[in-house]
Design a protein around this ligand. Sequence first.
Ligand SMILES: [Zn+2]
Ligand SMILES: [Zn+2]
Length: 381
Amino acid sequence: MDESKEITDNGTTLLTQQNRKQHHQAIVWRNVMLFGYLHLAAVYGVVLMFTSAKIATTIFAILMYQVSSIGITAGAHRLWSHRAYKAKWPLRVILIIFNTIAFQFIKLYFMSVKVLVLNRLGTEYGIFKYKYVLLSIFSNRRNHVYEWARDHRLHHKYSETNADPHNANRGFFFSHVGWLLCRKHPDIMEKGRGIDMSDLLADPIVSFQKKYYKLLMPLLCFILPTILPVYCWGESWANSWFVATMFRYTFSLNVTWLVNSAAHMWGGRPYDRFINPSENITVALLALGEGWHNYHHVFPWDYKAAELGDYKLNMTTAFIDFFAKIGWAYDLKTVSADTVRKRVERTGISGQGDAQTSWGWDDKDLPPSDREAATIINKQG
Ligand SMILES: [Zn+2]
Ligand SMILES: [Zn+2]
């Protein structure tokens, strides 16, 4: 059918489709420039690491990467997004601090839209314009646990559709970082409204982070990691900024993004061959155990995010197990061998069945048989 005829017959539909296309393809140039700076600064950080930085600064950068990763993997991901275990308040405080160090940029484009609108309104008031640009650098790039978890629940529930914020069907670059450089698809807002987030609203520690994020995030992610090497072991400001802050931060971002890109493309699919998420050992190593992604999408409520393997390729599980030993982590949910076997028979290498879609333990769409057969470690609830 020719395009003009389609417009005449069904104008509204086509207009909507065109709007949608334009909407999610709009590039947010401010983000592109920010990410460009981050990556150039990170490369310069690597150069400094091998030429002038003190060894203590490099060790500090690696430590901060590990700690912030735990804030994502054990905190925002397995605890708050998937409810795969429960944590007493001291552990939740540790995790929220670690998570705030990680800061991951999810909502950057909203800030840009706001600045654009305000710039238009206030063209005659230069000061108005700059005030908001300045504010945007420090305050509007939110990615606290609440938003991270909502986007992540969407990613599981509507995996690889337009409602998935980093839909891997749109290619490696889009699912890795491209999704942060353009405006979100309208389906994300639409479906996002249907995701139950009441559990996180009821958590005072998550609410505290959400309320004070504008203050806490710059302090923990950028300011303190730059100041500490200078005052504690006499590092130069340049080495501290480019190695301990820019390199550490950009490296951590890329590692997290690999879970959305590489682990949705490359690796085996022994649990469900009908979905793209894969068992990717490199990602598992870098992302502290989050690369066993075929298993994780099939059983998102398992606190180990993997069936097999030891702590070497799953540091996050080691962390949670340690806190379970001292009683701060409890109700650790894991899948019984029998449930795994049945699922493999249904959807594995030679299986023919359908895939299930749930975001985790408290999702009403979690199959009751999975819930009943679950093994619960350190049960207190
Ligand atoms: Zn995924
Ligand atoms: Zn997940």
